[in-house]
Unconditional design. Structure first.
Length: 173
């Protein structure tokens, strides 16, 4: 066995050990999510064969689980993928690096969503308001149908995908 093969074998053994360790600790993630995170971290380990992760990996796994609970697995997945191809990324991404990228992703997504959800008046009203003449001849301002539809849409679709962990941890959501 040459040196390269030996290294690859060591890495594979480490990945196996990692999986075994993790199988012991299970908590709030669903089993499929757990499997997906494991696979993702395992693939990431294999990208840094020069790095001895045997001491760090348990801590990493613990921290990455917290990140998944905070940002959701899809966001952490995207963040890790971005980190893996980032220029100069020569080591297994630290959970804190991943958290930074996850914050960026959430920010980007919120900006996109607020853009997509922005209210656009139908053009026949004044910024969503219409003047209605009541039976007694008095006129009042009412919400136009376009504004009502917009509000109903927001209720049906409140900031999807974004985990608001601030309000979640304070128990208001
Ligand atoms: Zn309107």
């Amino acid at each position: 066995m040459d040196e390269m093969e030996e290294k690859a074998e060591t890495t594979r053994a480490l990945a196996r050990r990692f999986i075994e360790q993790i199988a012991v600790s299970r908590a709030s993630m669903t089993p499929p999510e757990e499997q997906e995170l494991l696979l993702l971290l395992e693939q990431t380990i294999l990208r840094y064969p020069h790095q001895d992760l045997s001491r760090a990996i348990e801590g990493f796994y613990h921290d990455y689980r917290i990140l998944c609970e905070r940002y959701g697995l899809p966001t952490i997945k995207t963040a890790l993928m971005e980190l893996r191809i980032m220029p100069g990324q020569r080591f297994f991404p630290q959970p804190s690096e991943c958290a930074e990228v996850a914050e960026e992703i959430v920010k980007r997504r919120k900006a996109e969503e607020s853009k997509a959800n922005a209210f656009r008046p139908c053009g026949k009203c004044y910024s969503g308001l219409v003047r209605v003449v009541k039976e007694d001849g008095m006129s009042v301002m009412r919400e136009c149908q376009c504004l009502r539809d917009h509000k109903a849409g927001q209720r049906l679709n409140p900031g999807l995908h974004v985990v608001d962990f601030k309000s979640r941890s304070s128990g208001t959501a």
